[in-house]
Design a binder for this molecule. Structure first.
Ligand SMILES: [Zn+2]
Length: 380
């Protein structure tokens, strides 16, 4: 077994959870991948240690933003991009995102699945293998998390089969990303079947009708306690009740939701029902970069405009511990002895009052980011 020496770092404040007060004057020590100890630090530097960021939803196959005025023209350009088979690396953006404090992400892996495509993050990337089409499509073995793409891109028979066989397993589904999805499940004329299907060589398929995409997926048995509903923009109170009843988690991609859905979504409906909410950037095709800092700030500014009660601590929780809980990586953001040494250190003004710590981190943490550790290994 390789020898690894114990390392330590002192801080004025240590945040173990954003919904609890920070601990003052602490020296955090770790050995290898694990936190060893937390002891008093009599003369701490003006530094705060915080949990790493969790990007719950990303696609690593788009190298640049695909510009379009709305969802349907965007999908058309995505199909053209995929047909062109452009080989442009997204690696620089991924590496930058890791150096800016993302310690894990949930990544959609398109077919043919290549898990080796997911970059090193201390083995804390969760690859969701994408499933599309009908019951003749390849389905990953049950040991892998899956991503049945969306209500309109799998036949109801395949959705039902996955719902039946993978109900209790971790899976991510794009849900209610555009108003056209609602028209699709209601059986009304819609550009998904009228304009998108012909481009992919698919014919419209018969499917049961439902009031909403959430009700459609629920009727097919696809919603369970480890299901992640990604985007969830066009949902109402009845949908939120179903998501809560089925113990589904929601992942909001603030900038992508705004770009393609023209709204972040009805976040208070999820909060009122205590539905777990995580954050994602989505892929570079619908977001300018993979910065979760910018996602959190976009959400904060949008929430101010909407007059939602959404504290900096709540947003930081979504970007860290809630996201980790949703991806089943809880140990990653629990900064206590025996847990993983994955954390960020941020320089803070010496005079900063404790009550201003969370807004300082939320709005300027990346400007003052000092070090990033993933499983004890320094990456910045
Ligand atoms: Zn997506």
């Amino acid at each position: 077994m390789a020898y690894s020496k114990e390392e330590n770092i002192g801080c004025k404040w240590l945040v173990t959870r954003w919904d609890a007060p920070p601990q003052g004057n602490i020296t955090l020590s770790w050995k290898g991948e694990k936190i060893q100890d937390m002891k008093p630090c009599p003369h701490p530097p003006s530094r705060v240690i915080i949990p790493g960021l969790i990007n719950c939803h990303v696609h690593l196959d788009f190298p640049y933003l695909i510009w379009a005025p709305s969802f349907i023209p965007w999908i058309k350009k995505v199909i053209a991009f995929r047909k062109a088979k452009a080989k442009l690396s997204t690696f620089p953006q991924e590496e930058l995102s890791i150096k800016k404090g993302t310690v894990a992400w949930g990544s959609i892996v398109p077919y043919p699945w290549d898990r080796g495509r997911i970059p090193y993050m201390g083995n804390s990337a969760v690859p969701f293998l994408e499933v599309l089409g009908d019951t003749k499509s390849p389905i990953p073995p049950s040991s892998y998390p899956i991503s049945p793409h969306a209500p309109y891109s799998l036949s109801p028979q395949l959705l039902e089969k996955l719902g039946r066989e993978r109900r209790e397993e971790l899976k991510a589904i794009h849900v209610a990303e555009s108003p056209w999805e609602e028209a699709f499940v209601q059986g009304k004329p819609n550009p998904i079947e009228g304009e998108i299907f012909p481009l992919t060589g698919r014919n419209p398929f018969p499917h049961p009708q439902a009031r909403s995409p959430v009700e459609y997926l629920d009727a097919l048995g696809c919603l369970g306690p480890k299901t992640i509903a990604v985007h969830a923009i066009f949902v109402d109170t009845q949908d939120a009740d179903i998501l809560a009843h089925r113990q589904v988690s929601v992942v909001i991609c603030p900038r992508s939701n705004l770009y393609l859905g023209k709204s972040i979504g009805p976040l208070p409906l999820f909060q009122e029902r205590e539905i777990p909410i995580g954050l994602g950037t989505d892929g570079l095709g619908s977001c300018p970069n993979l910065s979760l800092w910018e996602e959190m700030r976009a959400l904060a500014c949008y929430a101010q405009g909407k007059r939602w009660t959404l504290s900096p601590q709540t947003i930081l929780s979504m970007g860290t511990q809630e996201g980790a809980r949703i991806l089943k990586l809880e140990a990653l953001t629990q900064l206590t002895p025996g847990k993983e040494a994955s954390f960020l250190t941020v320089r803070m003004p010496p005079s900063l009052p404790p009550e201003d710590l969370a807004p300082f981190i939320l709005f300027q943490g990346d400007l003052h980011l000092e070090r990033v550790y993933i499983k004890g290994k320094r990456v910045l």
